[in-house]
Design a protein around this ligand. Structure first.
Ligand code: FAD
Ligand code: NAD
Length: 481
């Protein structure tokens, strides 16, 4: 028997579960199909983000930052603590507890919103049908809905020359669950995951963290002034970032991993206790749809969608990591809301020009909008204002005064085009720039706004003042005339 719904969502990650909740809020009979099971084999919602991505990684980032602060930074505040010990098992248990609580929360939201959470593998068939196969091989269920939302997420890219191998050569999921701190840690890929997880294990005591990056430039998607500052800071923290390297082979020998790589200086060999492969993620669409359904994919394997996330099939939408755009949880969630609104006949839109990005290292890196190099390449005239945290009273009091905030504004209209920051709590500060850009604010609007003192957000205010050459707390070359 075919079960009828208004909407069937495949995938209960931040794109899919948010879409399902908004559909249900809008009065639609909604089912959300998901195949994820945790390490105990129990089905859990939340997808990559809650189970093996955003949440567990941020939990370990926070714990490792506490460990570093207590060990190395509190002394500067006149707080002396001796005999500090790392209890990695407790740290991991805390991480798992947070993940468990949050995924339970999604289950409760499904129940509260009357969403049928259907556990198993969903397959889109012709005629708006979704066939669900449970992991235990029980009878398949057939669901039918006028509207179907595909949110299958992504998987780590694997490298043929660096095959994953047990606990020694792992992807990001393995790197969130090491049972001991590796003394020599190798990482392939100096992207977001490599930097965040490399920082975690360095702070927890890894002696050497070597990151092998294929590209010659560091963090090319970030503003290059920020990227330069970040590279300098991470190098000072002890991360050895080798750009322009190509890993050619990898072999596990006993409890060591031997890696061969090439760079401009020739061939090299290095030995590590563990190796993390973090070279990007690819859409998770294997077995998602039968050929007869006629769903279009783009040349990189992403589900082809228009600006409103509609696929080539009427009533079939796709959102999140499996479609074009940055692979970020909040981007997928906003697409989920947009699609739900559109299905309900309401207006819904995602402003793809204003998606915040954050790298949760210490210092944090965050940005939104255009980079300086991007504006230059497109020949757009702009003015920039930079304010260093070293001149912020609050950053000084925190003992965390490295980095800066930079604002870019259109030279003619003064409208904010981008904001780039590296420093304390930038993951939170970037929200001010996002809001300003969403509301079409000018740098002068920010300059005319009052910010509480002493706060880190004053640096945002000062960067806006600096666009006009008049920051208060840094001396700037005086304008003539
Ligand atoms: P997913 O979260 O991958 O969820 C997809 C779900 O669909 C999964 O549960 C999957 O099992 C299920 N599924 C797939 N196919 C089927 C099928 N055929 N039938 C049934 N179920 C199916 N992003 C941020 O914004 N901030 C961060 O701090 C951040 N940190 C990260 C850290 C790490 C280590 C990693 C790996 C990623 C991180 N990300 C972060 C990225 C973020 O996790 C993803 O962008 C986000 O999870 C994508 O959401 P999604 O719903 O599209 O897909
Ligand atoms: P990434 O795209 O951020 O970085 C991958 C890096 O690996 C790139 O610098 C790339 O040049 C390099 N690389 C590719 N092939 C290589 C090779 N053969 N040898 C050496 N280097 C190679 O990808 P990621 O770090 O794996 O993260 C995956 C996705 O997850 C990202 O798109 C990101 O948006 C998302 N994520 C986001 C956050 C966050 O928002 N804070 C955190 C983690 C992950």
């Amino acid at each position: 028997m075919t079960e009828q719904y208004d909407v069937v969502v495949i995938g209960a990650g931040p794109a899919g579960y948010v879409a399902a909740i908004r559909c249900a809020q809008l009065g639609m009979r909604t089912a959300c199909v998901d195949q994820w099971t945790n390490q105990d084999g129990k089905p859990v919602p939340g997808g990559t983000c809650l189970n093996t991505g955003c949440i567990p990684s941020k939990s370990l980032l926070e714990s490792s930052e506490h460990y570093t602060r207590v060990n190395h930074e509190l002394m500067d505040h006149g707080v002396r603590i001796s005999g500090v010990q790392l209890d990695l098992e407790a740290m991991m248990a805390r991480k798992n507890r947070i993940v468990g609580e949050l995924t339970k929360g999604i289950e409760q939201l499904f129940t509260a919103n009357g969403i049928d959470w259907i556990q198993g593998h969903g397959e889109l068939r012709a005629g708006h049908e979704v066939r669900v196969r449970a992991a235990d091989g029980k009878k398949a269920r057939a669901l039918q809905a006028e509207n179907i939302i595909l949110a299958p997420g992504s998987l780590p890219v694997e490298l043929a020359q660096v095959p994953l191998s047990g606990e020694r050569v792992v992807d990001s999921t393995g790197a969130l669950a090491f049972a001991e701190v590796p003394q020599r840690l190798g990482i392939v890929g100096a992207g977001v995951i490599g930097l965040e997880l490399g920082s975690v294990w360095k702070r927890l005591g890894a002696e050497d963290v070597v990151i092998l990056e294929a590209q010659d430039s560091f963090l090319p998607i970030a503003d290059q002034q920020v990227a330069k500052e970040a590279l300098r800071t991470f190098t000072r923290q002890g991360l050895e970032i080798q750009l322009g390297t190509r890993v050619t082979a990898c072999k596990v020998k006993g409890d060591k991993v031997s890696v061969r790589y090439q760079n401009n200086d020739g061939d090299h060999e290095a030995e590590f206790d563990r190796l993390i492969v973090a070279v990007g993620r690819c859409p998770n669409t294997t077995g998602l749809v039968v050929d007869e359904a006629g769903l279009l994919f783009d040349e990189w394997g992403f589900i082809h969608v228009d600006e409103q996330c509609l696929t080539n099939l009427p009533g079939v939408y796709a959102i999140g990591d499996a479609v074009r755009g940055p692979m970020l949880a909040h981007k997928g969630s906003e697409e989920g809301v947009m699609v739900a609104e559109r299905i309900a006949g309401n207006a819904g839109q995602v402003n793809y020009a204003v998606i915040p990005s954050v790298v949760y290292t210490q210092p944090e890196i965050a940005w939104v909008g255009e980079t300086e190099q991007g504006l230059k390449a497109r020949g757009i005239a702009y003015r920039s204002g930079v304010f260093p945290f070293a001149a912020s009273g609050r950053a000084r009091a925190l003992g965390d005064s490295g980095g800066f905030i930079k604002l870019l504004a259109d030279a003619e209209t003064d409208r904010i085009l981008g904001a780039h920051m590296i420093g304390p709590r930038c993951s939170e500060l970037v929200a001010e720039a996002v809001l300003a850009m969403e509301l079409g604010a000018s740098a002068e609007d920010i300059a005319l706004t009052m910010f509480a003192h002493p706060t880190l957000s004053e640096a945002f205010h000062e960067a806006a003042l600096a666009v006009d050459g008049r920051p208060i707390h840094i001396a700037q070359a005086r304008k003539k005339g």
